[in-house]
Design a protein around this ligand. Structure first.
Ligand code: UGA
Length: 359
């Protein structure tokens, strides 16, 4: 467990083998001299990094408090990424969703206070909930552009369990803020806006089961020549952010604690806004340029959210980040347009899963 580096060069990452964690890990191991303690229950996305001399893989659950304490006591910075962040679970496994995203994450916060670690907590754009624009049929930018320190957070009723995740993350943000206020915890809260890229989620039936997020759902349909399902017509909008841009933003936050501490930052790409329906058409167009001619013919089909997700699902209508705060304070802005981000991502999925799907 011990290494010869001073504590200031040690970083712990919980959820290091998830989509975001695996990309952050790879970047830090190739471009910095930190020693990384990566904590995860799986290593499937980081096998190629396991033997790196600047990396210690800690095969533990974040519920294993004694082990996590031992690791965090040796680190100066903790990046908290372990989460259940898949909408299909919010209304079907709400107890797990609240426990992992709030109760277990709270233990990490307490340890950061005890060991005087700096905390970089990944939250979610979903804390904004629904937009005023959607509720009031308004088109005013102030009613749908989401600002870290001004926008109201609007959730649905308790029985609409879609909001179990957003509420857990909102309470987590509030308690981090409170620990900063009362006990001097140094923290940065990150709100990711629909990051996409290679290694996102899984393909059901190949390397996971259940309903992943929209990009992987659509990839499964493309690879298996099945219709892309447009939930309630696919009219909701999202701003998709390429993972490389997102990791660039993270590195700016990590490297500039004096600017980033006690702050909340949106990380997103407002120029990449698209309806889910148009995302489906764009992915079909790009897939047809990569896959053998005629291998995708299935098109799209509309499905109700009740049939797709079950009772208690409700959607976020629109999520456009205001990114002026991170741009002004840290000089970050996203570079990758949606078409390019999707091209790279689709190519990756096709290389990784294309042959399996054909068999
Ligand atoms: C999810 C998480 O809840 C957020 O915390 C997270 O920040 C976000 O993903 C993200 O990736 O950053 P959401 O955008 O609702 O939020 O997740 P998706 O499953 O990717 O759904 C996006 C939209 O596509 C929704 O309107 C959904 O109904 C729709 N969808 C999904 C389809 O139309 N078809 C599908 O096959 C899957």
């Amino acid at each position: 467990m011990t290494n010869s580096q001073p504590r200031t060069k040690n970083i712990a990452i919980t959820g290091c083998s998830g989509f975001i964690g695996s990309h952050i890990l790879e970047r830090l191991l190739t471009t910095s001299d930190y020693h990384i303690y990566g904590i995860d229950i799986s290593e499937s996305k980081i096998r190629h990094l396991i033997n790196n001399k600047s990396f210690t893989f800690c095969h533990h659950s974040i519920t294993d408090t004694p082990k996590i304490r031992e690791i965090l006591s040796q680190c100066e910075t903790v990046v908290s990424l372990a989460a259940l962040c898949n909408p299909s679970l919010y209304n079907t496994k709400p107890v797990d969703v609240i426990t992992i995203n709030f109760t277990n994450a709270l233990e990490i916060i307490k340890m950061c206070c005890e060991f005087k670690c700096r905390l970089i907590q990944f939250s979610t754009c979903e804390v904004y909930g629904k937009t005023l624009a959607g509720l009031m049929c308004s088109n005013k930018p102030d009613d749908y552009i989401l600002k870290e320190d001004q926008t109201n957070l609007i959730m649905g009723p308790v029985s609409t369990q879609r909001w179990s995740y957003a509420s857990a993350k909102q309470l987590l943000e509030r308690i981090i803020y409170a620990y900063g206020f009362e006990y001097g915890l140094n923290y940065t809260i990150v709100r990711p806006f629909n990051f996409i890229g290679p290694q996102m989620d899984y393909i059901p039936g190949s390397d996971g089961e259940g309903v992943p997020r929209v990009l992987a759902c659509f990839m499964k349909s493309l690879l298996y020549n099945k219709p892309l399902k447009l939930v309630d017509g696919g009219l909701s909008r999202r701003c998709f952010t390429f993972i490389k841009d997102a990791v660039d933003a993270f590195v700016q936050i990590l490297e500039n604690p004096e600017i980033s501490n006690q702050q909340i930052f949106n990380i997103g790409n407002p120029k990449n806004e698209i309806t889910i329906k148009d995302l489906a058409y764009l992915m079909i167009e790009l897939y047809e340029q990569i896959a053998p001619r005629g291998s995708f013919t299935a098109g799209t089909e509309i499905i109700s959210s009740l049939e797709f997700y079950g009772k208690g699902y409700e959607d976020s209508d629109r999520r456009v980040p205001d990114i002026s705060k991170i741009q002004n304070m840290l000089g970050w802005k996203p570079e990758t347009d949606l078409r390019k981000a999707l091209q790279i991502t689709i190519e990756h999925y096709f290389r990784k899963y294309g042959t399996t799907a054909e068999n």
